[in-house]
Design a binder for this molecule. Structure first.
Ligand code: ME8
Length: 649
C-alpha cells in the first residue's frame, strides 16, 4: 500500500469554463480527500486541465486566439473557481506543461519498447466533441452514439494493442469487486469488454498542437492517451518516489469517460507498462438541467460561484456559507448511479429544509437552551444513551457510505443526526425538565451539544466553513480528528458556549401556485366602476374591549413537520415549534397547501385555545389565516423572519 492516499479528478477540457457539473466531480473528490485527512491519512489530491485536444485547438481558433494564450486563460479560470469552492488540491496539472510532455513521451516509448505499439493506417470516424474514434458500426443515424457530429479520418498512425488486454482486464475486475463503482457501471464495462476490445489509434497527424510522438514529429500523441498519463506525470513518473503515492486510492469521474477510457484504455496502458492499477474508479452519473447533461455546447451552464453568490444575496447568508451550501447540494444530490436533475427551485428548497431549518434550528435551539438553563456553560454530565447511540449509528452509516464512495448517503447520515437532534429536543423537552427542576436536564443538554459537536465533525468534509462556524459557536476549536467524533473529550465540561448566531437565514421562496380550482361562472354584470370604500360603521360588527383582545395569545411558530390525516381531504397534521415548546396542530388547509410547502415556514398561532380533537387527532392551537373567495386558507406570516416564539399583538 502506498504511503500517501492519492485521489484524482478528471482533467477538464479548456474549451469551456467550469460549471456545476465539473464542480461536482471536483467537490466530491475534495470531500473524499478531507474525509481521509480527518482519518489521519496523508492525502494528495490532483486535478487539472486537459489542453492538447483538437477540440481545444478549434475552440481557440474560433475565439480568434493563439491556442497557448487561450489555454492559459481558461485553465486559470479553473484554478480560480476551484479554490473559491474550497477545493484544496495538492497539485494542478496542465497537459501543456513540459513535465507532462516528457512523461507522455517516456510512456509512449516504454510501450513501444515492450512491443505494444505498431504503425498502421486508421480509417474511420472521429468525434471531436468527445475526442473519440468510432467505427461505422458504432454510428447512430450518421452521428456518434452521443449524437455528436463525426468526421472521416484516413491517416497513417500508431496503434496500441489494446485487444491483448481484454482477458487480464476482465480477470482484474472479477478479482477486485470495488475496482469499478458503482456496481451497475461495472456491469456495463464488463459487457463492453466482452464485446471485444479493439486496438486503439493513439496518434494523429501533427497540426501544430499536441505532444509529438517520440522519434516521429509528423505525428502527435492522441489526446486521450496523453491525458490519462497525467495521473502519473503529477507524481514525477518515471523518476523519483512516485510509488509512494501510486496506485491511486480512488479516481473520480463521470460515467461518460469511464467505459471507453478509464476502465479499459487506462488500465490496459498501465498493464502494458507494468504499472499497478488504481484501487478504485468511480464513474458517477450526470447532473442534468432541462433534461440534458449540463454542458457549454448545450448552453445550459450554471456557474457554481454565481449560484453561491446569488444564494448569499437572496438569503443574506455569508459567502462562505453559500459556497458550503452549493457543496452540500451537489453531495446530497450526487448522481451516484442515476442522473439527477438540477433546478433552482430544488436547490432553494434543500437550503431551506436541510440547512436553514434542520441544521439552523438544531444549532439555535441547543445553544439558546444551554444559555437559558445553564448560563451557556457545558455542564458536567454524561450524554444519554439514546444520543450516544444516534451518534454511533450516524458515524457508522457515514463510514459505510464511504466504502463505496456513496457520498450522498454520507451526507444523509450527517443530516440524519441533525434531524435526530431536533426530534430529541422535542421529546426530551428541556424546558419542561428545567421547570420541574429535573436532574436529567444536564444530561439532556450535554446530549444535545454532543450531537451538535458530532454533526460538526460529520459535515466538516462537506461544509468546512460551516463546521468552523459551529465549532466557534460551541466555544471550541475545529474538530479535525475523525476518531474524536462523538467522544466525551470532544466537548469538555466548563466550555463557555456562544450566544447562537444564525448561520442560514431562510430564503423566502416564491410559492408555487396551487393548481387553479374549477372557476365559478362570472356574474352576468361585472361592475366597471371602482368599488367605493365606505367609512367604518361601529354598529356593523360586535365590538370587544382591549381587555378581551389581550386574552387571545398569539405567537410566531415554525412548522417542523406536516402530513395529511387519513380519510380527510381538508386537514393536515402539523408539528409546530413555538419558542421552546412544540405543539401538534390540526389545520384545515390541505386544499391550499401541500405538506412540503409548509415545512420550515413561520406561522401565527393562537396558543391559548382549548385543545380540540379533529378526526380523532388532538389539536393544541390554531393557525391564523385569511379566507379566499372559495373559502380556502391564506396563511398569515410575519413580513420577515421573526424569532420563533415571539408574541404577536
Ligand atoms: O472528459 N454532471 O473533460 P470534460 C456530472 N478532458 N458531471 C459532469 C457533468 C455533468 N453534467 N459535466 C461534466 C473530459 N462533468 C476529459 C477528461 S481525464 C484523463 C480527461 C464532469 O471537461 C464529469 O466528471 O469534458 C465528467 O466525466 C467530466 O466532468 C468531463 O469533463
Amino acid at each position: 500500500m502506498p504511503k500517501t492516499t492519492f485521489i484524482t479528478t478528471p482533467i477538464y477540457y479548456v474549451n469551456s469554463v467550469p460549471h456545476i457539473g465539473t464542480a461536482l466531480t471536483t467537490i466530491v473528490a475534495d470531500i473524499t480527500a478531507r474525509f481521509f485527512r480527518m482519518q489521519g491519512r496523508e492525502v494528495f489530491l490532483l486535478t487539472g486541465t486537459d489542453e492538447n485536444g483538437q477540440k481545444v485547438k478549434e475552440a481557440a481558433d474560433k475565439a480568434g486566439k493563439d491556442p497557448h494564450a487561450f489555454v492559459d486563460e481558461i485553465s486559470a479560470k479553473f484554478r480560480e473557481v476551484f479554490p473559491g469552492l474550497f477545493v484544496e488540491y495538492d497539485d494542478f496539472i496542465r497537459t501543456t506543461e513540459p513535465r507532462h510532455h516528457a512523461a507522455t513521451q517516456a510512456f509512449f516509448k516504454l510501450l513501444q519498447d515492450r512491443g505494444h505499439i505498431y504503425a498502421g493506417r486508421y480509417e474511420g470516424w472521429y468525434d471531436v466533441s468527445s475526442e473519440t474514434f468510432f467505427k461505422e458500426a458504432d454510428l447512430v443515424d450518421g452521428k456518434s452514439p452521443d449524437g455528436n457530429e463525426v468526421r472521416w479520418v484516413s491517416e497513417e498512425n500508431y496503434f496500441f494493442r489494446m485487444s491483448t488486454f481484454a482477458e487480464p482486464l476482465l480477470a482484474h475486475i472479477e478479482a477486485n469487486p470495488t475496482f469499478i463503482l458503482p456496481e451497475s457501471r461495472k456491469n456495463e464495462v464488463v459487457s463492453f469488454i466482452k464485446q471485444g476490445l479493439r486496438d486503439v489509434c493513439i496518434s494523429r497527424q501533427n497540426q501544430g498542437w499536441g505532444i509529438p510522438v517520440p522519434g516521429d514529429d509528423r505525428q502527435v500523441v492522441y489526446v486521450w492517451f496523453d491525458a490519462l498519463i497525467n495521473y502519473i506525470t503529477a507524481l514525477g513518473w518515471p523518476n523519483g518516489d512516485w510509488e509512494s503515492r501510486w496506485p491511486a486510492e480512488v479516481q473520480w469521474m463521470g460515467k461518460d469517460i469511464l467505459t471507453r477510457f478509464h476502465a479499459t484504455l487506462w488500465p490496459a496502458m498501465l498493464l502494458g507498462a507494468g504499472i499497478p492499477l488504481p484501487k478504485t474508479l468511480v464513474g458517477h452519473a450526470w447532473l442534468l438541467m432541462g433534461g440534458e447533461k449540463i454542458s457549454k455546447s448545450k448552453g445550459n451552464v450554471v456557474a457554481p460561484l454565481d449560484l453561491a453568490a446569488e444564494l448569499a444575496t437572496r438569503s443574506g447568508c455569508s459567502n462562505d456559507v453559500a459556497v458550503d451550501a452549493v457543496r452540500y447540494y451537489v453531495t446530497v444530490n450526487l448522481p451516484y448511479e442515476s442522473d439527477t436533475v438540477f433546478t433552482q427551485d430544488d436547490f432553494d428548497k434543500r437550503y431551506n429544509s436541510d440547512l436553514a431549518n434542520d441544521l439552523g434550528n438544531a444549532l439555535n435551539r441547543s445553544l439558546a437552551m444551554s444559555q437559558k438553563f445553564v448560563a451557556g456553560i457545558v455542564p458536567q454530565a454524561d450524554a444519554e444513551t439514546e444520543a450516544v447511540e444516534a451518534i454511533t449509528l450516524a458515524i457508522s452509516k457515514y463510514e459505510k457510505a464511504f466504502e463505496t464512495y456513496h457520498l450522498d448517503h454520507a451526507a444523509d447520515a450527517a443530516i440524519g443526526l441533525i434531524r435526530f437532534l431536533n426530534k430529541y429536543i422535542d421529546t426530551r423537552a428541556p424546558w419542561a425538565l428545567a421547570k420541574a427542576n429535573d436532574p436529567a436536564l444536564n444530561g439532556v443538554l450535554v446530549s444535545m451539544l454532543l450531537c451538535l459537536r458530532a454533526s460538526e465533525g460529520l459535515i466538516r468534509p462537506i461544509m468546512p466553513k460551516t463546521a468552523d462556524r459551529i465549532a466557534k459557536q460551541l466555544g471550541l476549536g475545529p474538530l479535525l480528528e475523525w476518531k474524536a467524533i462523538g467522544t466525551a473529550a470532544s466537548l469538555p465540561p466548563g466550555t463557555q458556549l456562544q450566544v447562537p448566531q444564525p448561520i442560514f437565514p431562510r430564503l423566502e421562496l416564491v410559492k408555487t401556485p396551487m393548481p387553479p380550482k374549477e372557476k365559478k361562472p362570472m356574474p352576468e354584470t361585472t361592475p366597471t366602476a371602482k368599488p367605493s370604500v365606505a367609512p367604518a360603521d361601529p354598529a356593523s360588527v360586535e365590538m370587544i374591549s382591549i381587555e378581551d383582545f389581550v386574552k387571545v395569545k398569539l405567537k410566531i411558530g415554525r412548522v417542523l413537520e406536516a402530513e395529511p390525516i387519513d380519510g380527510s381531504d381538508k386537514l393536515l397534521k402539523l408539528q409546530v415549534v413555538i419558542g421552546e415548546e412544540r405543539r401538534q396542530i390540526v389545520a384545515g388547509i390541505k386544499a391550499n397547501y401541500s405538506p412540503e410547502d409548509l415545512i420550515g415556514r413561520q406561522v401565527v398561532v393562537c396558543v391559548n385555545l382549548k385543545p380540540a380533537r379533529l378526526r380523532g387527532v388532538e389539536s393544541q392551537g390554531m393557525l391564523l389565516a385569511a379566507t379566499d373567495k372559495e373559502g380556502g386558507a391564506i396563511l398569515l406570516q410575519p413580513e420577515h423572519e421573526a424569532p420563533d416564539g415571539t408574541s404577536v399583538k
